[in-house]
Design a protein around this ligand. Structure first.
Ligand SMILES: NC(=O)C1=CN([C@@H]2O[C@H](COP(=O)(O)OP(=O)(O)OC[C@H]3O[C@@H](n4cnc5c(N)ncnc54)[C@H](OP(=O)(O)O)[C@@H]3O)[C@@H](O)[C@H]2O)C=CC1
Ligand SMILES: CC(=O)N[C@@H](CCC(=O)OP(=O)(O)O)C(=O)O
Length: 339
């Protein structure tokens, strides 16, 4: 078995990593690092994982020998934290999949612009491959470190990339309205994510300046106005994307472009229905569709995924499977939980 250390094991994504590792034929989560929950049993922190992790505990990372005998590191930490952690992992040559945004941008100046602070390890930015397997499979296979894309970027990029690449949509005209379940904000309680703020309400946030804009623009080589929204649901991302068509086209041209791009992709389902987040609950699947609207001259593309699986832990495992030479889909389901 491949021995896995998880940083952020007591968080929402960490819990999903533990759940997915428990069902993975080749991965065993053996070191579970946390912060304020260090010392607590997994069954206390993640009661839904009690049977699979009986006796296991969350521990504090002490550096030094903590990573001895570890074959793979996952980090799901608040952004900024991986910058000080990465050197120790990379020096030891341990394959590393990071989910924070620390190494997703290639340019330290762009990081500072969007995250409001200087990057602490700019010399390592080039060591990380951006982690969307559907777009960067070969690079991920040979990477020492992967910066896995998160929930909003994965949904948006997978919906739009084939349309930009096929020249169907003006890359300077992209507008994305994306809706997230509350687990996307992590488990810490804030005024904006309190039950009373979220229940029976739908709100936009991060107007004009949301930090994910930069990585979406980089991946799409485009300009994009991104507006995220918070919805009263636990999980799910629905990204509704618009762009100006480059010219008249067949009504089904965008859908065909998606079908061509994703014909062999095990986790992307191109549908002619309007996708719903519930179809992807608990699975590593993405559901995408697209339309050309001759009346307005616009192209519409929509993606739905589970923010904690394809938008986080599932994506990390898919990347790790590639890095380790395992079956890419090992431990990952394409079946959602419904109803
Ligand atoms: N939630 C989501 O849907 C997605 C999240 N992400 C990204 O993944 C990362 C984790 O997200 P999520 O699981 O939701 O967050 P949570 O807030 O649920 O979990 C954060 C984890 O990090 C640990 N932690 C917090 N501060 C520190 C610190 N200073 N040093 C070491 N460990 C620390 C926490 O430990 P403890 O609890 O013990 O204090 C906890 O295990 C973030 O970067 C987020 O942006 C990306 C895609 C989707
Ligand atoms: C609902 C909510 O608050 N969502 C988070 C994004 C989730 C996340 O951290 O995703 P990335 O990995 O792509 O950074 C936010 O808007 O900051």
């Amino acid at each position: 078995m491949i021995r896995v250390a998880i940083f952020g094991a007591s968080g929402f994504v960490g819990g999903e990593l533990l759940r997915l590792c428990a069902a993975h034929p080749g991965l065993e989560a053996v070191r579970l690092f946390g912060d304020s929950r260090a010392g607590q049993a997994v069954e206390e922190v993640h009661p839904h994982l009690a049977l699979a992790y009986a006796g296991a505990r969350i521990e504090a990372y002490a550096g030094g020998t903590s990573l001895d005998d570890i074959d793979l590191v996952f980090a799901a930490l608040p952004h900024g934290q991986s910058q000080s952690l990465a050197p120790a992992i990379l020096e030891r040559g341990i394959p590393f999949v990071d989910l924070g945004a620390d190494f997703r941008l290639k340019d330290a100046a762009a990081y500072e612009q969007w995250y409001g602070e200087p990057h602490q390890a700019p010399e390592l930015l080039g060591a990380f491959v951006y982690g969307i397997p559907e777009l960067h499979r070969d690079a991920i296979r040979s990477a020492a470190a992967v910066a896995a894309a998160g929930c909003y970027p994965t949904a948006t990029i997978l919906a739009l990339k084939p349309l930009v690449d096929a020249g169907l949509i003006d890359p300077a005209s992209l507008v994305v309205d994306a809706v997230s379940g509350v687990s996307g904000a992590g488990k810490g309680l804030k005024d904006s994510t309190h039950f009373n703020s979220v229940s029976e309400s739908l709100s936009a946030y991060g107007l004009l300046t949301h930090r994910h804009t930069a990585e979406m623009e980089a991946a799409l080589d485009a300009q994009l106005l991104f507006t995220p929204h918070l919805a009263p649901m636990n999980r799910g991302i629905l990204a509704t994307c618009y762009g100006t068509a480059t010219g008249p086209m067949a009504a089904d041209a965008p859908l065909q472009a998606l079908r061509t791009a994703y014909a062999d992709e095990p986790f992307v389902h191109v549908t002619d229905q309007a996708p719903a987040t519930k179809w992807t609950l608990g699975s590593n699947a993405v559901q995408v569709t697209a339309r050309y609207d001759a009346r307005t001259g616009r192209v519409l593309a929509i993606a739905a995924l589970d923010n904690l699986v394809k938008g986080a832990a599932g994506q990390m495992i898919q990347c790790a499977n590639l890095m380790l030479g395992l079956d890419e889909g090992a431990g990952l389901s394409t079946c959602g939980v419904y109803p």
